[in-house]
Design a protein around this ligand. Structure first.
Ligand code: X2X
Length: 337
């Protein structure tokens, strides 16, 4: 028979409180950090980020809580770039091309038709080219990028008007581009009329016909439901785009080293899993988007590349990045332009 003394009872509840704290849900975490991104919650980036958040909470015994804000809930990419610099946001996945408004070299992977396939992408971005870009990001002194870049994908062109089969089809096309000088320059070189619009306003801009087209990887076209407002998808594969997982430097350095190790381990692993998810998802998407009404066509990239060459695109951007950065790119992808 067990007699529950007053003292024994008090000890018992104490033990219960300790074990509830150990699983991390009994009280507020010691560190609660915000992770912003522009993608729908169903996109693999958010699925894997949430999975990492759960693992981090568990492995830190509830000390670290990663709160994820999908769909630009904290503001447009342009706004959020300001917030990651000030520390109002702690983590932010951002396309290197948009980041280039702060770190010019960060757009270099978006040079038209630079990458022929994913093997080349990961060799470059997990290798010297990625290290070079991360070094440039670190030079800001306010933000840093975790080691593994996450996949956005090879970008395809959609319109509500017509298929893009040759460079001439771009002539005068009102196309939405994300906020980045490289994006604007690329589509001007194709002869289109690009308009800069943040992603959180893109669906509405297409729906209200402020623009007739946009370009994004199939995983974004699908999860953001752009197929509802676009009828054609031309497989232009004109650039590979990825998301650097940025951290505010002083908030990152405010974490104890052991917490930082757990956070970066799970976030980098999540990035690798997200890459695999995008690959799997993309395989089936042409069929499922076609079933939702999109008309697909493939393109021969050669005339598009020639158009960029004759417009002086490669020459201009080589001069902008400088010989050292351009050599790092060509080292990874072969001679350009
Ligand atoms: O804004 C876009 O088009 C998107 C979602 O692909 C990026 O974040 C660059």
């Amino acid at each position: 028979m067990t007699t529950l003394t007053r003292r024994g009872f008090a000890l018992g509840t104490g033990a219960l409180a300790v074990s509830a704290f150990a699983i991390g849900r009994a009280r507020a975490a010691e560190f609660s950090y915000k992770f912003a991104n522009n993608l729908p919650i169903s996109h693999p980036l958010n699925v894997r980020a949430q999975e990492a958040a759960n693992k981090i909470r568990e492995e830190t015994g509830g000390r670290f809580d990663l709160q994820i804000f999908p769909s630009s809930q904290l503001g447009s990419d342009t706004d959020t770039l300001g917030q990651i610099r000030s520390g109002a946001v702690d983590f932010f996945t951002l396309s290197g091309l948009i980041l280039s408004t702060l770190v010019p070299a960060a757009s270099i992977n978006g040079i038209g038709f630079a990458f022929k396939d994913y093997d080349t992408v990961w060799t470059a971005m997990d290798g010297k080219l990625g290290a070079f870009i991360r070094g440039e990001i670190e030079k800001t002194g306010t933000i840093l990028a975790l080691e593994k870049i996450w996949d956005n994908g090879f970008r395809q062109t959609t319109t509500s008007t017509k298929a893009i089969a040759t460079p001439d089809d771009f002539a005068g096309l009102k196309i939405r581009v994300p906020p980045s000088p490289l994006w604007t320059a690329l589509f001007k070189a194709f002869g289109a009329a690009p308009t800069t619009i943040n992603f959180n306003e893109t669906y509405n801009a297409l729906q209200s016909k402020i623009v007739d087209g946009e370009e994004n990887p199939l995983a974004v076209i699908d999860t953001a439901k752009l197929y509802e407002v676009q009828s054609h998808c031309s497989l232009t594969n004109h650039m590979w785009d990825g998301f650097w997982l940025l951290a505010n430097k002083s908030n990152w350095e405010a974490l104890p080293e052991d917490v930082r190790t757990v956070v970066s381990k799970h976030l980098n692993a999540a990035g690798l899993n997200e890459r695999a998810d995008i690959a799997t998802l993309t395989t089936g998407l042409q069929t499922s988007l076609a079933a939702k009404g999109m008309k697909f066509n493939t393109v021969d990239p050669a005339p598009f590349r020639d158009k960029l060459k004759s417009a002086g695109f490669y020459k201009e951007w080589k001069a902008k990045y400088g010989d050292k950065a351009w050599a790092a790119l060509e080292d990874a992808v072969g001679a350009l332009g």
